[in-house]
Design a binder for this molecule. Structure first.
Ligand SMILES: [Fe+2]
Ligand SMILES: [Fe+2]
Length: 270
């Protein structure tokens, strides 16, 4: 089976990134990350891509014993965020899913997550997970109504789901290692592609949504679709702030399917 999984790495002392990516043709590569926060009650944020099945679990269980995994936060029900949820829950008998109620209904189109293993939450809620204060927030941009982002008060990290995602010419672990213009231009493009409704938003309301992130002032932004962004929050907000005034983005209409598939095969390791 195809897989783009790479070796897990530390985004912060107690936060492991489980990295993969998807090739997006001429646009570049889309990082696809899950995260594991270690500690008294380990927290997994999202469960990777279905096509990384097998390898994803192997990476995860090399970092945490399945019996110790306590929480699985599903930021939303998109396939790139919950690809291996069933496998993770079956292997980790003590893990409870934390997600929005809409995600539970939407996941049920494919698999009924056992209700006794789910705790549903809405944005603007603060909970405690093993002594760790977690505030759930609605991130500025998203492509599913179930989306929750998560701010971890103990590390100052914002797990921002699809928000602040980017496309890059090559994968790097830290945003500081990417060309800054590539990184921020890719973010503006991905935000428009992922959330085309941003073309319709009132700038003042958009700023209020960004004010929520400004108030949290995360020292580290961990998007599901970006390398780790340390101390870059101001630049991230400035980039995303400009999105509603930019031209809407749409993919090419007349793609040559054969050449796209051939490139996809070449860019995806077997
Ligand atoms: Fe999404
Ligand atoms: Fe996503």
């Amino acid at each position: 089976m195809r897989s783009n999984l790479r070796k897990p790495y530390l985004a912060a002392p107690d936060i492991h990134t489980l990295p993969s990516h998807l090739p997006l043709g001429d646009l570049g590569l889309l990082p696809v990350n899950a995260y594991l926060i270690t500690g008294r009650e380990p927290v997994l944020v999202d469960t990777g891509l279905a096509f990384d099945k097998g390898g994803f679990e192997e990476s995860l269980w090399s970092l945490v014993d399945p019996h110790d995994l306590k929480w699985v936060v599903i930021t939303h029900d998109d396939r790139d965020h919950c690809g291996n949820l069933k496998e993770v829950l079956m292997a980790a008998p003590n893990a409870t899913v934390i997600t929005n109620g809409l995600a539970v209904s939407r996941l049920a189109e494919e698999w009924d997550v056992p209700r006794h293993r789910v705790r549903t939450v809405n944005p603007d809620r603060t909970i405690e997970l093993g002594g760790r204060g977690i505030t759930l927030v609605r991130p500025p941009s998203y492509d599913s109504p179930s989306t929750i982002a998560m701010y971890d008060h103990s590390t100052g990290a914002l797990f921002s789901a699809d928000s602040f995602g980017t496309v890059l010419p090559e994968m790097v672990e830290d945003a500081g290692d990417a060309d800054r213009a590539d990184f921020l231009d890719g973010m503006a493009l991905f935000t428009r592609a992922n959330a085309p409704w941003t073309a319709l938003v009132d700038q003042a309301k958009w700023e209020r949504s960004l004010d929520g992130i400004r108030a949290l002032n995360p020292g580290l932004v961990l998007s599901s679709h970006s390398p780790a962004a340390h101390a870059l929050t101001g630049e991230l907000i400035e980039t995303v702030s400009a999105v509603p005034s930019m031209d809407p983005w749409l993919p090419d209409e007349d793609i040559e399917v054969e050449s796209v598939l051939a490139r996809y095969e070449a860019e995806t390791r077997s």
